[in-house]
Design a protein around this ligand. Structure first.
Ligand code: FEO
Length: 389
């Protein structure tokens, strides 16, 4: 990523990863990502906020050379995950006088994950300040956004917040700033859904805390920088709130068409009553799209055929993810078909224990659906309609 000055003495020095398509070998990245790092030059000291993924360490090095950086005093580590911390060892090799400034918990992780020697650290506490000379950094410990050691850094004079993963997005773009708000919103929502949603309660508290800080710029460690902090803070307020939308999402798989017929009848029946519904064929869908839909939806109806006595393995995978992501969904049901028996409903119920939901009567039928079965699906639609919020 080209080096760019954001404010006097504050530079973007990170790297774009246009081609990365998977994160944690799990999360699809349709738009690539960026690993943002920021150099802050004070009158006396220089600090680097976060580094980059180790695969992009050379790019960070070149960016620092471009700026003629001869000395780095502090490497601020907001988060120990390697896409931000992985190039710290390289930076410490090039700038051996640098201290890694972070909290105790993050230090412990960095020692274990990156084998950084203990004497390289300067440990800070919540609310502590670090002066660079005319530039003051304040550290806000914000655990579980999304690891236990996460923290935010606030640059007081420039009213800039560096929240690392929080408020970020997996989006590679030549634009340093979130100019295309529609794109930025979608990418940030996807990021929230995949990474932050399980920690909604902690994040609510962090958002409440930063409300007391005057912020003009939010510079996360993934995706574009926000010059309008309200834009992303308001979006997060909505996502972490307890409010849900009247939407039904249907993650489904069909093997021989019976479950598909049930899904299409159910879908039509919901649409006839003007209820928003989003089907996700799990053999084709990008799992990130499903995660995004989970941010707001009031209702999940899982649809599956029976395979070897249980739900289809793709449905099992989706159910596992739904449970792990802990959406604020209020209602759940299961529909599907079997040939000669099985315990699909019990199996799925046992997998969704993190959800605090009301369960609507499942519709599990033998073979291809008949008129009688469609009535049961209509009953489920009635139930959904009667529970619109
Ligand atoms: Fe972008 Fe949790 O690392």
């Amino acid at each position: 990523m080209a080096v760019r000055e954001i404010k006097t003495g504050v530079f973007s020095v990170g790297a774009l990863d246009w081609d990365r398509r998977l994160f944690d070998e799990l999360i699809p990245l349709p738009d690539g990502t960026s690993y943002n790092a920021y150099l802050i030059k004070g009158k006396e000291k220089t600090a680097l906020i976060d580094t980059v993924d180790p695969t992009k360490g050379a790019e960070l090095e070149v960016n620092l050379q471009t700026l003629g950086v001869k000395k780095i005093d502090y490497v601020i580590c907001n988060h120990a995950e390697q896409d931000h911390s992985g190039a710290i060892p390289k930076i410490l090799e090039i700038y051996p006088e640098a201290k890694v400034v972070t909290n105790e918990k993050c230090k412990e992780l960095l020692i274990k994950l990156l084998l950084i020697p203990e004497e390289k650290f300067q440990v800070i506490k919540d609310g502590e300040m670090l002066s660079l000379g005319g530039k003051t950094l304040e550290f806000i410990i914000a655990p579980w956004a999304h690891w236990p050691e996460t923290m935010l850094t606030y640059l007081k004079e420039d009213k800039m917040l560096f929240p690392c993963d929080l408020l970020g997005s997996h989006l590679a773009t030549s634009s340093l700033y979130a100019i295309d708000e529609s794109k930025a919103y979608t990418s940030a929502k996807r990021y929230y859904a995949e990474i932050m949603m399980p920690f909604r309660t902690s994040i609510k508290k962090h958002l409440e805390r930063i409300k007391g800080i005057e912020i003009e710029i939010i510079a996360p460690s993934h995706g574009p920088i926000y010059q309008k902090p309200k834009f992303i803070l308001q979006a997060y307020e909505d996502w972490v709130s307890d409010d849900v939308q009247n939407e039904v999402i249907i993650p489904y798989v069909s093997m021989h068409g019976s479950t598909e017929k049930m899904v299409s009848y159910f879908l039509e029946s919901l649409m006839k009553r003007n209820i928003t519904v989003k089907p996700f064929n799990l053999t084709k869908t990008d799992i990130g799209e499903l995660a995004m839909a989970l941010v707001d939806a009031s209702t999940i109806v899982i649809a599956s055929p029976t395979v070897l006595g249980g739900a289809h393995p793709s449905v099992i995978y989706a159910a596992y993810l739904v449970n792990a992501l802990r959406p604020k969904t209020r209602f759940v049901s299961v529909i599907g078909s079997y040939g000669w028996g099985g315990k699909m409903v019990e199996q799925l119920a046992g997998m969704l224990t993190n959800l605090k939901v009301e369960v609507f009567e499942p519709v599990i039928i033998k073979g291809y659906p008949t008129e009688e079965n469609f009535k049961l699906l209509d009953n489920l639609v009635d139930k959904i309609q009667n529970n619109l919020l």
